[in-house]
Design a protein around this ligand. Structure first.
Ligand code: F6P
Length: 363
């Protein structure tokens, strides 16, 4: 009988609970046992009460809850080999031979590393007499399956990450609220949204709220962006628009390309256009709250597929990540997806935008 562990890791995202629920229930439905690993990789490193068997009723009500009810962490200990050694020991002691991890690119990179090191970790534990040779034989194969949970929608190989549509909806809701004040006072707002290296949230929020101007990290602003932005906004005002919304992705802010920062944009709107301007940083409001219907559906279908992937795995199958491409739930090689994602992030950090755009187009 297989014992399948489920963990959420990295930044929480709406829909993670749906993934936990689906993995737990599908595991039980398929005759396996399900285990929740609490607090992300920290749960593996510490073991004990942080690894708990889950029954059908334990995940009742999970589908509509935000955040992650089994906790998450950005765990430093697991990045080092001694932490992973402890993790391997606690997994074998709990009898877990497959792990489904719902997290972002960093969490999934850690997962793949863990699988690669697995035989060596078991050897070391046997040498230290912390495991028996019999335990090593029984648990020699570890299956890892990734689910992409992140509000950023920054993972290559998938059209949508679990959480991105809930976050987008929340951002739109927040901008609709800001619109009320903007319209009433004829003000301008510069709104900073999350997304790390990725401009998807900013771009889609801009399209969905008819923002006047958008800055994303993938596309540097033109040399004369100041004049360009001011002339567009001036025209919008002349056409009768009472409000101005400029969206700055945090990735664009971090790069501060051609000095784009929310403060710089505000100064231009205030000084050159004489608009009464405020800056709003939406922050973690974007990550909270109940998941939207799409994320409930995506996390459920992908959680079910993750358990199927565990049960179909052979020792030679590379670890898969569960994706959605053109509305189909599909499996893709985990390592390739992570590598492609890191390539885009690296290109953006190096300010090589044509390469970043080329890589995104190729996704
Ligand atoms: O990856 C999700 C995310 O919310 C990013 O958009 C943001 O850059 C980051 O996490 C914030 O992380 P933290 O909650 O650790 O400050």
């Amino acid at each position: 009988q297989r014992r399948i562990g489920i963990m959420t890791s990295g930044g929480d995202a709406p829909g993670m609970n749906g993934a936990v629920r689906a993995v737990v229930r599908m595991s039980i439905f398929m005759g396996c046992e399900a285990y929740a690993i609490y607090e992300g990789y920290e749960g593996l490193v510490q073991g004990g009460s942080l690894i708990k068997q889950m029954h059908w009723d334990d995940v009742r009500g999970y589908l509509s809850e935000g955040g992650t009810l089994i906790g998450t962490a950005r765990c430093k200990a697991f990045m080092e080999r001694p932490g992973r050694l402890q993790g391997a020991k606690h997994m074998v002691m709990a009898g877990i031979d497959a792990l489904v991890i719902c997290g972002g690119d960093g969490s999934l990179t850690g997962a793949d590393k863990f699988r690669k090191e697995w035989p060596g970790l078991l050897d070391e534990l046997v040498a230290k007499k912390e495991l028996t040779a019999e335990q090593k034989r029984t648990y020699q194969h570890l299956n890892i399956v990734g689910l992409v949970g992140s509000i950023d929608n920054d993972m290559s190989s998938t059209d949508a990450t679990i959480g991105c549509y809930s976050s987008l909806a929340r951002i739109c809701e927040a901008i609709d609220c800001i619109d009320a004040t903007a319209e009433s006072h004829q003000r301008a707002f510069v709104i900073e949204v999350m997304g790390r290296h990725c401009g998807w949230l900013a771009l889609m929020a801009g399209v969905s709220t008819s923002a006047d101007f958008i800055f994303i990290p993938e596309k540097p602003p033109s040399e004369n962006w100041e004049a360009e932005m001011c002339s567009i906004i001036r025209r919008h005002r002349e056409m009768g628009k009472r409000k101005t919304i400029v969206i700055v992705a945090e990735g664009a802010h971090d790069l501060a390309l051609r000095k784009v920062t929310p403060t710089r944009v505000k100064d231009l709107l205030s000084n050159d256009l004489k608009l009464d301007t405020r800056i709003t940083t939406l922050g973690h409001v974007q990550r909270g709250g109940r998941p939207c219907a799409y994320d409930r559906m995506l996390s459920t279908l992908q959680g079910v597929e993750a358990v199927r992937a565990v049960l179909n795995a052979t020792p030679d199958t590379p670890s898969p990540v569960i994706c959605v491409i053109e509305n189909k739930i599909v499996r893709k090689p985990l390592l390739k997806a992570v590598e492609d994602t890191l390539e885009v992030a690296k290109a953006i950090e190096a300010k090589d935008f044509s390469r970043a755009m080329h890589l995104r187009d190729a996704e």
